[in-house]
Design a protein around this ligand. Structure first.
Ligand code: PNS
Length: 161
């Protein structure tokens, strides 16, 4: 059984994340989406809300599970019996930090990282940018699944001009 982990904050999941998860699901027997529980950073959505949205939008892939984790990513990989991490690279600027983490993770526990180039349609996308656009009433329909767009609309009331 070849298992891969797609880790992240997913606050919230975007079409860029989904593209990576979907492509990974065609390459591995099982893909586990690992949602980081970050006690020092409160997100717009709770971890439970992020997981619920992720489960809904990945339900059509038969081999994708969504779980939360705290602590070291390599410990989560070990607990899930996954030996590979999949990371999307949007641009060269993503590479520096991702390389550092990949080298740390292989040193810590022998967990390999495979980089997947982001679909150019989504190379400018990030959860932060989507939240900022939604906050000011912009249309994020092309960038996130409908369930996420609706959740953003419900959560973010644009401030008065
Ligand atoms: O979506 P993000 O916030 O860019 O994801 C970052 C994530 C979750 C991949 C990274 O913060 C992480 O791996 N955190 C777990 C803690 C850990 O293992 N740190 C050492 C990394 S080398």
């Amino acid at each position: 059984m070849r298992r891969a982990v797609c880790p992240g904050s997913f606050d919230p999941v975007t079409n860029g994340h989904l593209d990576i998860v979907g492509r990974a699901s065609r390459l591995f027997d099982e893909v586990i989406v690992g949602v980081l529980v970050n006690q020092s950073k409160s997100g717009l959505f709770t971890v439970e809300e992020r997981i619920e949205m992720l489960r809904e939008v990945t339900s059509s892939y038969g081999n994708v599970r969504v779980e939360s984790f705290r602590g070291l990513l390599v410990d989560f990989c070990r607990a899930q019996r996954a030996t590979v991490l999949i990371k999307g690279l949007r641009a060269v600027s993503d590479f520096d930090y991702e390389l550092q983490m990949a080298q740390m993770n292989i040193g810590l526990a022998g967990v390999e990282t495979l980089f997947m180039p982001t679909n150019p349609l989504y190379s400018f996308l990030s959860s932060s940018l989507v939240k900022d656009v939604a906050k000011w009433g912009g249309d994020v329909t092309p960038h996130v699944p409908d369930v996420v767009r609706d959740a953003l609309k419900a959560r973010l009331v644009p401030p008065p001009a």
